[in-house]
Design a protein around this ligand. Structure first.
Ligand code: C3B
Length: 855
């Protein structure tokens, strides 16, 4: 007890400026101080780059204030906390988002303009933090924004990769990967925490011993130790004083130094050995929707999970007088896909080996704390680790997994009788030549709730992935263990930051900007559907966005588009066979052939179209890379054909990422979400496009189904087989009963004839490979697994409907307004409320407005 504590505290309090002022003068002082003292640059002349960093630091100061106060508030209230565990967070740029959420963008703009800098230019200076591949990582980022906005006490946890997703360059039509060293210019947004570190062990062995009560205990020793060091990334909520945290771990060498090596004169070797530790958090695995069974990936998973659970339990235990029984009412975890599932046995290890709980108690607590989100039913994405690899890397966890599985299977047998076949499907182990650990089964067994990410997907999760579990838990009185939470996107980034013109239009017509927190309010726009003034403003906003994208494409691809007269048709997402960029290519070629056959007079009556495609291919995914090459070659042929290039262009946009998505998405007239029914779990860009006034060409898959429900079938161009039909079509195809339309045959023949190979022999044989695989349906081999041939005719029809509606501009605009206005459901605020209420059982923990008067 320190009798002078209060006096000290008061003294410190008086030394601090209370809160940094939001006025122009305080902002300018902050920026200039950072130029001088943080960057050590001269404040009388500094470059835009320096201004960007100083401005970022000055914003960070403000973030830190709300961040610290929010943390204190959560601790004082002892609120239940949730931790969102994810190997990926695809945040995108931070500056504009922070200014918008802190509600100080206008003053920053003024403050900078007054000293000769342009805020928008500074935005462009930020290197995208790209610690994710695609939808899964971007969803986690949108979720963080909503968690903070809804005043939930949630923190994200992940890895601070030194290299994010590679930068894609296109060289001679092919993808070339460049490392994304995003930390080159330092990262002014993060807070380094050298004092927050945890030891993480790999390899070694397990001893058993008897404790003083005679109980058998396990001790994991030996092997190697790395340290996890925390980096905090404050996440401000919108229209609230709450700021939450994304804590990312960097791998550092273990603390104890190898003095023996030092004494033996092997000093440099010892240092090299320690550098290997940093390798663990060096690079993000660049796969989307496919799993790669590399030891380093498993190390990454365990590394971040081990540090995270230690950190969370330490926070839980900090309050005096805690009992472990309180854990499920104070702590829960959300597993973002199976990637962090090793957290389940890790929690068991910490509770049993370190905290001394007995097995049953530990398992009871663990099962109540964890929840699992499934993001895909594609078999190639379902993680399975060889048991021997787990045994080598994490020997204690293998024992725990054995116990978990054994006890679970006993439970099943007990309540269900001996159910052979079913039992083997529910086991964590997949028996065979190489015994495998099915992470999804472990996630289900160790979780309280399991959810899919769109209505159709959540049904497939139950029907195709876990039917035995569904039956079992139903019989056990847990019929609602499997639930659906449809994805969303944050309107703060995807409308207000990405499309300020549209955001202003919404606020003007709705009378306030409250729609940014209550997105269903957009529906109010439907009352004005017939207003020609609204229609005109709507068209103007779209036009401006198309002009902006046209400039971007000129700069990055050196291709000229006509934003006044062309319909912009966009497909941007990771390149994957199931997403069917190839059927898009086929249609573009078909459209080209149709134009070629027309008289100039007839051509003039056609809707002019710019087909824009973008997305990265996993570096090891050869077919996806061939598809990129094909897109580029189609572009070369079409864009240089004087007969048609005015009417049809094709562009492959390089290096699709969050920041250029913010330019691309607002410029679409239509966008393509055309996966084979049943393969795309949800999709989230579909939501972004419609909110920004674009219409969807799509299949009845993922969230398209629900978007159609909300917006009306007249607002979408739907085609293709329905999910329940797909298996039958594949079966028929196998039996050789699989017609290919004349139009598609013409396209395929042209590709095979070399029309798009442009004399490149290697490309040609790859293209022929693509086509032959699809055509080769006889003899029990189904080459067209994604049923492109089946869906092609209806895809063409959908595209004809697009043209017909586009010719009637008034109707087109009204349809686009109606669709955008009906998107209220697809904000992540709605998704996160559902997680909060149904899965996490969290209370609103809104920090009260700070007292602005200095004491
Ligand atoms: C993706 C799915 O492919 C998308 O349909 C879905 O919208 C998002 O997740 C978010 O739920 N996904 C991904 O990006 N990476 C995976 N490994 C699995 C799914």
């Amino acid at each position: 007890f320190d009798p002078n504590a209060d006096a000290k505290r008061n003294k410190i309090w008086q030394l601090m400026e209370y809160y940094l002022g939001p006025d122009v003068g305080s902002i300018q002082r902050g920026i200039v101080n950072h130029v001088e003292y943080t960057l050590a640059a001269t404040r009388f002349s500094f470059a835009t780059e320096e201004c960007y960093r100083a401005t970022a630091f000055s914003i960070r100061d403000r973030l830190i204030e709300t961040f610290n106060d929010t943390n204190e508030f959560f601790t004082a209230k002892d609120v239940k906390r949730c931790y969102y565990l994810s190997l990926e967070f695809l945040l995108g740029r931070a500056m504009q988002n922070a200014l918008v959420n802190l509600d100080i963008e206008p003053n920053y703009k003024k403050a900078l303009a007054d000293i000769g800098y342009n805020l928008e230019e500074l935005y462009e200076h930020e290197h995208d933090p790209a610690l994710g591949n695609g939808g899964l990582g971007r969803l986690a980022a949108c979720f963080l924004d909503s968690m903070a906005t809804l005043n939930y006490a949630v923190w994200g946890y992940g890895i601070r990769y030194t290299y994010g997703i590679f930068e894609q360059k296109i060289v001679e039509g092919r993808q070339v990967e460049h490392p994304d060293y995003w930390l080159v210019t330092a990262n002014p947004w993060e807070i380094e925490r050298p004092d927050v570190t945890y030891a993480v062990r790999f390899y070694g062995h397990v001893d058993t011993y008897k404790d003083d009560k005679g109980r058998e205990r396990h001790r994991w020793t030996g092997g190697e130790i790395v340290q996890a060091m925390a980096y905090d990334n404050p996440i401000p909520g919108f229209d609230t004083y709450n700021t939450i945290n994304l804590r990312l771990w960097k791998a550092c060498p273990g603390k104890e130094f190898d003095f023996h090596a030092f004494n033996r004169g092997q000093f440099l070797d010892a240092v090299k050995e320690r550098q290997r530790a940093e390798y663990i958090s060096a690079v993000l695995y660049p796969n989307d929707n496919t799993w790669e069974g590399k030891e380093l990936r498993l190390k990454q998973q365990y590394f971040f999970v081990c540090a995270t659970i230690q950190d969370c339990l330490r926070r839980f235990k900090k309050k005096e007088g805690r009992s472990w029984d309180e854990l499920p009412s104070k702590v829960c975890f959300q597993l973002n896909d199976t990637h962090p599932t090793i957290a389940i046995p890790e929690m068991m290890r910490l509770l049993i080996d370190i905290e001394g709980l007995d097995w049953d108690k530990a398992w009871d607590l663990t099962r109540q704390c964890f929840n699992y989100t499934n993001h895909t039913v594609l078999p190639e994405a379902l993680e399975k680790w060889p048991a021997h690899l787990i045994e080598k890397l994490l020997p204690r966890h293998l024992l725990l997994i054995n116990d978990i599985n054994y006890k679970f299977l006993c439970e099943v047998r007990e309540s269900w009788g001996d159910v052979g076949e079913k039992l083997s499907k529910m086991s964590i182990y997949q028996e065979g030549y190489e015994k495998m650990i099915r992470m999804a089964n472990m996630a289900v067994i160790g979780s309280n709730k399991v959810n899919g990410v769109a209505a159709i997907h959540s049904e497939l999760v139950k029907k195709d992935l876990f039917p035995e579990f569904v039956d079992y838990y139903k019989a056990k009185g847990q019929p609602d263990k499997f639930v659906n939470v449809t994805n969303g996107v944050t309107p703060r980034r995807w409308i207000h930051c990405a499309n300020r013109g549209l955001s202003n239009l919404f606020s003007e017509w709705l009378g306030s900007d409250s729609w940014l927190k209550e997105l269903t309010m957009l529906q109010g726009l439907v009352n004005h559907l017939d207003s020609t003034e609204l229609q005109k403003q709507w068209a103007d906003v779209k036009k401006q966005n198309k002009v902006k994208l046209t400039k971007w494409i000129k700069l990055n691809c050196d291709i000229d588009l006509d934003p006044e007269n062309m319909l912009f048709d966009i497909q941007v997402k990771r390149i994957h066979e199931y997403k069917r960029q190839l059927i898009n290519c086929f249609y573009i070629i078909h459209r080209y052939f149709k134009l070629k056959k027309m008289s100039p007079g007839d051509r003039d009556k056609q809707v002019k179209r710019a087909c824009l495609i973008g997305g990265k291919a996993a570096p090891g995914y050869a077919v996806a890379k061939t598809i990129i090459k094909l897109c580029n070659n189609i572009g070369l042929v079409l864009n240089n054909d004087p007969d048609t290039s005015k009417y049809l262009k094709c562009v492959f946009m390089p290096n699709y990422n969050v920041s250029n998505a913010q330019t691309i998405i607002p410029a679409s007239d239509i966008s393509q979400h055309i996966s084979t029914a049943g393969t795309e779990a949800s999709g989230t860009s579909n939501m972004k496009f419609v909110m920004n006034g674009g219409l969807i060409v799509g299949t009845m898959d993922g969230a398209n189904v629900e978007i159609r429900e909300e917006c009306g079938e007249d607002t979408m161009f739907i085609f293709g087989a329905l999910e329940p039909e797909v298996a039958g079509i594949r079966e028929k195809a196998k039996n050789g009963n699989y017609p290919i339309s004349a139009e598609l045959r013409e396209v395929m023949d042209a590709i095979v004839s070399g029309k798009f190979s442009l004399g490149d022999g290697e490309a040609h044989s790859e293209f022929v490979g693509l086509i032959e695989k699809i055509r080769n349906n006889g003899g029990g081999y189904n080459g067209d697994f994604y049923i492109l041939c089946h869906d092609f005719p209806s895809y063409c029809k959908a595209n004809e409907q697009v043209d017909a509606l586009y010719k009637d501009q008034t109707n087109w605009i009204k349809t686009s307004i109606k669709a955008a206005a009906s998107m209220g459901k697809f904000t992540t605020d709605r998704s996160i409320k559902e997680y909060g209420q149904i899965i996490w059982k969290l209370e609103d923990a809104e920090r009260p407005a700070p007292d602005q008067s200095p004491m």
